[in-house]
Design a protein around this ligand. Sequence first.
Ligand code: KE4
Length: 433
Amino acid sequence: MARELSRSTQLQQRAERYFPGGVNSPVRAFRAVGGNPPFITRAEGAWLYDVDGNRYLDYVGSWGPMILGHAAPHVIQAIEAAARRGVSYGASTPIESDLAELINRAVPSIQKMRFVSSGTEAVMSAIRLARAFTNRKFIIKFEGCYHGHADALLVKAGSGVATLGIPGSAGVPEETAQFTLAIPYNNIAAVEAAFAAHPNAIACVIVEPVVGNSGTIAPAPGYLQALRDITQKNGALLLFDEVMTGFRVSLGGAQQLYNIQPDLTTLGKIVGGGLPVGVFGGREEIMDMLAPLGPVYQAGTLSGNPLAMAAGSATVGYLLAHHKDVYSQLEKSTAAIAEGVAKLAAEAGVPLTTNRVGSMFTWFFTAAPVTDYASASTSNTESFGTFHRAMLDAGVWLPPSQFEAAFVGTEHNDVTLKLTLKAAAHAFKTLKN
Ligand code: KE4
């Protein structure tokens, strides 16, 4: 049953007056799945509410941050209390170190860190630091991985770049892109070949330790350890981009789950509790190259913003205090959702490959195993679009792209599971007709 979306449609037209495509971030435009996006005006728990009075069960969670659900009371209270003390001072505050202590307890490899206002800013700064520390220019990234929209990283990127099928991005000079080596994920020989072709020239390897931006793809057994060994051997730094996996796949992120110690880590999303926070950090000797101690410049007007620190501390503090219950609950609830729908697809004869790590997952509309961007690209994106629209009509909000991860939070439960399975059974029937 198609949803009443007339107010959203009006608002889309108004938004297109001010924003390219009517959005402030391309993936929100629903271009890959068709139709206009519902305009959201409120969210609570596992639910989004649009301007036409429709309710949606949310599996995007603001693209990852909302692991505790929307408008978690203790997070809202922390933000309200902080706001009453003023919203930004442009000066040092105790609450920055409060959040830093929590991050360091959860992710001990982050000995020192810097707060910034987005994942893009965190990655951009970490790359600059890695190049300065090693005095080398080249970086290795992996096809289908997305690390934000800084020039050097928009080479064969995932997420919205893959969703829109654009090769990279206009406006990135060849002189910049030439130092970015983009190679297949889960392929160690390709990494060895890149180092052999560029001896003593590669500053770092940046990886989504669990890929989310091609859809969800887990590292092959031993892959991350091999990256750690190869970078160690070649004097390059290993940079784990945990903007998505941080506090998501476990309290300590993918580096805890797979027991790998990177040299640098970037965080975002959950670490800010839904407010703008990015983090880059790692070994003290590397971080101390940053101004005002060292020659690498990095700065930000709203870095360490008190409200964002309050939201992040309330979120990370809760996860630290309750991690045993939270992550075992998320493991169970996400498995039930991902595998429950996979079973329905099999019963409906719809080819589906389900990849899941913790509470992030993707249903790929392909029969092939998905282990890298090339295999993810065998997915039938048209089928994905039909499925997405049918689920949206049934009140289930999935990421509007085959090349994105879906997320489960602590507010998803047996009631939302039942709704999801019912909607999926109907959606697969739509696909088969
Ligand atoms: P932001 O600049 O969007 O805060 O973070 C960039 C980033 C860096 N690294 C990873 C692993 C990321 O997943 C992201 C951002 N993720 C996308 C969704 N896949 C953000 C959503 C959007 O672009 O609107």
